[in-house]
Design a protein around this ligand. Sequence first.
Ligand code: CAO
Length: 595
Amino acid sequence: MAAVEIQVPDIGDFDEVTVIELLVKPGDTVKADQSLITVESDKASMEIPSSQGGVIKAVLVKLGDKVKQGSVVLTLESDTAAPAAAPASEKKPAETPVNRAQAAPEIIATATATAPAVAKPASGGATAIEVRVPDIGDFKDVSVIEVLVKPGDAIKAEQSLITVESDKASMEIPSSAAGVLKELKVKLGDVVNIGDLLAVLEGVATSPSPQASPASGRGSESPAAPTSSSPSGGPGESPVAPTPSTPSTPSAAFAGEGQGEGGRTPPTAALPAHEPTSPTGQLPHASPSVRKFARELGVPLAEVQGQGPKGRITQDDVQAFTRSVMSGATSTQAQAAKAPPAAAAASPSGAGLNLLPWPKIDFTKFGPVERKDLSRIKKISGANLHRNWVMIPHVTNHDNADVTELEAFRVQLNKENEKAGIKLTMLAFAIKACVAALKKFPDFNTSLDGDQLVYKQYFHIGFAADTPNGLMVPVLKDADKKGVMQISSEMAELSKKAREGKLGPADMSGACFSISSLGGIGGRYFHPIINAPEVAILGLSKSLMEPVWNGSEFKPRLMLPMSLSYDHRVIDGASAARFNVYLGQILADFRRVLL
Ligand code: CAO
């Protein structure tokens, strides 16, 4: 192992910058390209990455220090051989105990300048909002290397629109206003400068105001999210981190389990429903890594109280916010020391769980291995599944539905509609049957919100879809108002979009109840995990012919296994059994749907 000094790399036109955040401490193991500190000039903040991996021996800067290119940030025991930059040390270790390693100039920048947005009245009460390139400091003629949105997209304030790159850094340019994207004025490869028109949004004047942003003050800041300037990126990191917007409302926070790859789709939040604080009209001030961290957890940064210098949001703040929401209070509420409501299954001490650390095993000791990064969808849905599994007291009721007649009816309908290319699947009937059961047992169509149950008067049904990128849960809206034919064709459309990674946030939000059907694959009964804040989910397995006793003889009947998981805080076991029995009755005789 070699001792190495990590220096501030060439940070472009920035002369002296202030250390505003320490992201590591002595003893930490860091990877090459991992961010070590955040520095800030008057124009941008950026993270200084480590040029190599190793264990940190000493951090040589502190908050508030001024640093510039060449300043030594820290020393570490490198986990690689001494770099070429320090050949002398290999020859004369006694003379040069610490190798000097020049960090690669890979900078992750956050635009902290104003992103002007000018509102112009348009027809129909809507407002046309022009979004321009904000003051991005000393960067000139930066190239558009990524376009993150498309016309028709609903844009949130602060959502990244494009990624631009100079020779020193890349950064995402956020929208300063919310609205529907009418026109994108730039394309890949275009070169842009401060003031260039990026996009025209159509929106209503809400907070933040679509009027021209003031030139100073935190409220006018338009922080962008992290990107790495080099295509080489860090290990396991996409070179340009997608910047979906953070959800700002509880409903957005539960926009389905899986999300699209490619950064156009907001992440699913890993947080339970909570009351958002009233918008301040100010955009949050946080470093790229903290933004990324917040996005991964689904934490709406606008609601986090920054405790760092100048109100900057740190990783600790995001974690504290997560803990407070997990315990049923927002950070502000937590400060007010409110008692957690019933929805908070995990109290602050419970949320910690105090479990043994995850086993760290060198698998290569036992045989050859290959490592692959989890897909983005797996990471997001994993966080959701884990939370739901831990926070919801699940019980699963298993039952069978006799679908002999229904299957015959389905096959007959499919024959009749073969020419029209319409194919009805059992899942479409199951969705319709679930709507009838939800109407009869309204407790299943609720969400727990503190000490209250929210009864929904609409019937949007989520269904789990297996896609090459992982599990997605598109939502079939207003299933009560649709026939089985329409449900089938919409399901086919949504499944196709899911497989192609084209589901938008609206396609995945608002579900009241979900169905996970493994019937096309196989298996008998399973334990589906509830998709919070829903309170129940139905798992369907493969139907098989079984001998069923009809009181006088065994008859072959097609039996569909149903596994209904329910949140025991909301639903009693008896209700769940009744729900399943009723569902079975409908599926056995579909005319009951009409009753
Ligand atoms: N019993 C027996 N056969 C069934 C069945 C059941 N319960 N459900 C479906 N089938 C049959 C269908 O009739 C079809 O057969 P034919 O081609 O002969 O008509 C075949 O299985 C394939 O059906 P399908 O899966 O394409 O269609 P679907 O409407 O049942 O399901 C979808 C659509 C999107 C839900 C499904 O493709 C899928 O992705 N399933 C996996 C869901 C999943 O991963 N759940 C786990 C979530 S938790 O990790």
